[in-house]
Ligand binder design. Structure first.
Ligand SMILES: C[S@@+](CC[C@H](N)C(=O)[O-])C[C@H]1O[C@@H](n2cnc3c(N)ncnc32)[C@H](O)[C@@H]1O
Length: 250
C-alpha cells in the first residue's frame, strides 16, 4: 500500500484541474494582512499565491514546478521540514493543501513559524466535517487520509504564537478540484481526469478506486444518491471541512 504521494508521477495534470478558487484566495489574502514578502511552502503550481507583493515559493517536485505559469514567483527545490532560510526572513508564510504530505507535518509547521516574522497561514481540511455522503462513498480513501491530516488544534499547537482557526465555506461552483469541492456535484468524481489531480486516489490499493467509483456511479444512475443527498444541489455554499489556521507571533 503506498504510504506517500509521488508528485513527479501524480502531479502531471494538477494545473489543469486545480485552479485556485477566487473566494478562498481572497480570504487567504486578507489573513496575510500587509505582509510585503511571503514564503509559500508546498507551493505546487502557484495556487493562492498573492500577485501584489513579493513571493518566494518552495516546492520539491519538478513536475509541479514546471506547471507554474509564466511570471509566477520563483520556486526553490526544498522541503518544508528543513527550510533553507534564516529566522524571521519573511513578513509572512503560507502553506495551502500541503501539510498532510510533510513528514512529519509538525516539523514543517515549526519551520514556517521560525522563518516568518508575521502571520503564518495554513489552508487545510478538517476531514470530520466533509459532507456525509463523502464519509460514506469515500470511506476507504478517507481511512488512508485521516492519519496524514493533523487536526486543526494540533496544527495550531505546532505553530504556536497566537492562533485562530477560520472556517471557510466551500462555494457551489468551487474552481479548485480537491474532492470536497464537489460536495454538490458528485458526478465530477466519476471523471478519471478530475481524480487524477486528487492525491487520495494514489494512496489506494489496486481495485479500490474502481470499487468506489462504480458504487457512486450506480447510486447516481439509480437516483439513490439524489434521494438521500439531492438537497445539496440547491445550496450555494457548504460549511464543511475547509479551514485556515492562522498564527501571529506570540
Ligand atoms: C496538493 S499540492 C498543493 C499545491 C498548492 N499549494 C495548491 O494549493 O494547489 C501538495 C504539494 O505539496 C508538495 N509537497 C509534498 N511534500 C512536501 C514537503 N515535504 N515539503 C514541501 N512541499 C511538499 C507537493 O510536491 C505538492 O506540490
Amino acid at each position: 500500500m503506498p504510504d506517500h504521494v509521488d508528485y513527479e508521477q501524480h502531479g502531471r495534470t494538477y494545473a489543469e484541474h486545480r485552479r485556485p478558487d477566487p473566494r478562498i484566495a481572497a480570504r487567504i489574502l486578507k489573513e496575510l494582512g500587509d505582509a510585503r514578502t511571503v514564503l509559500n511552502v508546498g507551493a505546487g503550481t502557484g495556487s493562492y499565491e498573492p500577485e501584489d507583493r513579493y513571493v518566494l515559493a518552495v516546492e520539491p517536485s519538478a513536475t509541479m514546478r514546471a506547471q507554474r505559469p509564466p511570471g509566477a514567483a520563483p520556486a526553490l527545490d526544498a522541503r518544508a521540514e528543513a527550510l533553507p532560510f534564516d529566522d524571521d526572513s519573511f513578513d509572512a508564510a503560507l502553506a495551502c493543501v500541503t501539510i498532510h504530505h510533510w513528514s512529519p507535518p509538525e516539523a514543517g509547521l515549526t519551520e514556517l513559524r521560525r522563518v516568518a516574522r508575521g502571520p503564518v497561514v495554513v489552508f487545510t481540511f478538517d476531514l470530520e466535517h466533509l459532507p456525509p455522503w463523502q464519509h460514506d462513498y469515500l470511506a476507504e480513501g478517507l481511512a488512508r487520509e485521516r492519519p496524514r491530516f493533523p487536526d486543526v488544534e494540533a496544527i495550531a499547537d505546532a505553530l504556536g504564537g497566537r492562533t485562530r482557526i477560520v472556517r471557510l465555506n466551500t462555494p457551489a461552483d468551487c474552481t479548485d478540484g480537491f474532492f470536497e469541492a464537489f460536495w454538490n456535484r458528485p458526478e465530477a468524481l466519476l471523471d478519471p481526469a478530475v481524480r487524477s489531480a486528487q492525491s487520495m486516489w494514489a494512496l489506494l490499493d489496486p481495485g479500490v478506486e474502481d470499487r468506489i467509483v462504480a458504487r457512486l456511479a450506480a447510486a447516481l444512475e439509480s437516483g439513490l444518491w439524489d434521494g438521500h443527498h439531492g438537497q445539496l444541489r440547491a445550496l450555494d455554499r457548504f460549511d464543511g471541512s475547509l479551514r485556515l489556521v492562522v498564527s501571529e507571533p506570540g
